[in-house]
Design a protein around this ligand. Structure first.
Ligand code: WQD
Length: 320
């Protein structure tokens, strides 16, 4: 195997998205060291030859851990995915989300800079936009998050940008739209709170999945979202890492398909893949849901040459 062109410190690398980013970085010839507290990440998602730093971002010893790592390895940059990501949980426990998502990002920025690491790839979210007035949503859309989760992802972006400007770091923030699918059963999203895992569970159990409203201003009355395959998302991280290695700082970039898919269309796609109708029931709207959230993904295409290549069918087919 060729010598890895660079080694990245991947926080949250034992998670659903992190383990896919790890897989894509290594497929592209890079190497990675994973830092994860395993609170939701799974050690079995990691290949045996990947170094795992089992550590909490909020632990005071983080600086010493990174200082030791950079004495042993030439670390090109940090890919910072470690965060809590449940919108309802963030409403119930806002300080926990500010502590982990904002405090953890600040701790990583400080420790990385102290250890001489000069590039920072930050995992952000479409939740920074809140209620979207435009379709598609461009990066210059107002960022008015409507949940503590979205606020913490936006505050993390601000910290990364300001610190990068102050210290001369290379940086980018990838704003994930709705991530779905998996490269394998082992890497699948276990936290079945998002739509696709819930539809899959209904397909297996026969218990109807709830559809939060069919009276929205959309073609079939159900909410539209921009679903992006987790493998496409992981490849966007590889493209972003390449830009950082070239000395560029692409800033905040939407990661989506510029295509809206409705809840009923997701259910129909899973039904087609499974060969039987997935049961569902229409219930009331979920508070805080916007009708349509679709990415304008032109800036990432221009900046990184990245476009999603997998459609909703692949996302549905790739679930176990
Ligand atoms: C998708 C659509 C629901 C469940 C959240 C975060 C966002 C990002 C992705 C991290 C919506 C509908 C859902 C159900 C349903 N996470 N739905 N029945 O809310 O678009 O985005 O996850 O970055 O930041 O906000 O994702 O999967 O919860 O919902 O009808 O049982 O499916 O109304 O339209 P969401 P979701």
């Amino acid at each position: 195997m060729d010598v890895p062109s660079s080694t990245w410190l991947l926080t949250g690398g034992a998670g659903y998205i992190g383990s896919h980013v790890l897989r894509a970085l290594r497929a592209a010839g890079h190497d990675a060291v994973v830092l994860d507290d395993l609170s939701t990440g799974l050690r079995e998602r990691l290949p045996d030859d990947v170094e795992l730093l089992h550590h909490d971002l909020l632990d005071p010893g983080l600086g010493a851990v990174l200082a030791d790592l950079t004495r042993r390895r030439d670390v090109a940059g940090v890919v910072h995915l470690a965060a809590k990501k449940s919108v309802p949980e963030s409403v119930a426990e806002p300080l926990t989300y500010y502590e982990h998502n904002v405090g953890g990002t600040v701790a990583m920025l400080r420790a990385a800079t102290a250890a001489g690491i000069g590039r920072f790839l930050y995992s952000s979210s479409a939740a920074v936009y809140g209620e979207t007035a435009a379709e598609p949503v461009g990066e210059d859309h107002p960022t008015l998050p409507t949940s503590p989760y979205g606020e913490t992802k936006l505050a993390g972006e601000w910290a990364v940008r300001r610190h990068a400007e102050a210290e001369g770091l290379g940086w980018t923030a990838l704003r994930y739209f709705n991530v779905a699918g998996t490269a394998s059963a082992a890497l699948a999203d276990r936290g079945a709170t998002n739509l696709l895992p819930l539809v899959e569970r209904a397909a297996r159990s026969g218990e109807p999945v709830r559809v939060f409203g069919d009276d929205w201003p959309t073609p079939d009355g159900t909410c539209l979202r921009d679903y992006v395959h987790v493998e496409d998302l992981a490849e966007a991280h590889v493209a972003a890492a390449a830009a950082l290695l070239e000395g560029r700082s692409p800033g905040a970039l939407n990661v989506g398909r510029n295509a809206g898919t409705s809840v009923l269309e997701v259910i129909a796609a899973v039904s087609a893949v499974r060969g039987h109708e997935v049961p569902y029931e229409i219930v009331g709207r979920r508070p805080g849901d916007p009708a349509r959230v679709v990415a304008d993904a032109s800036r990432i295409a221009d900046a990184l040459g990245w476009r999603a290549t997998r459609g909703i069918e692949e996302m549905c087919a790739s679930r176990p």
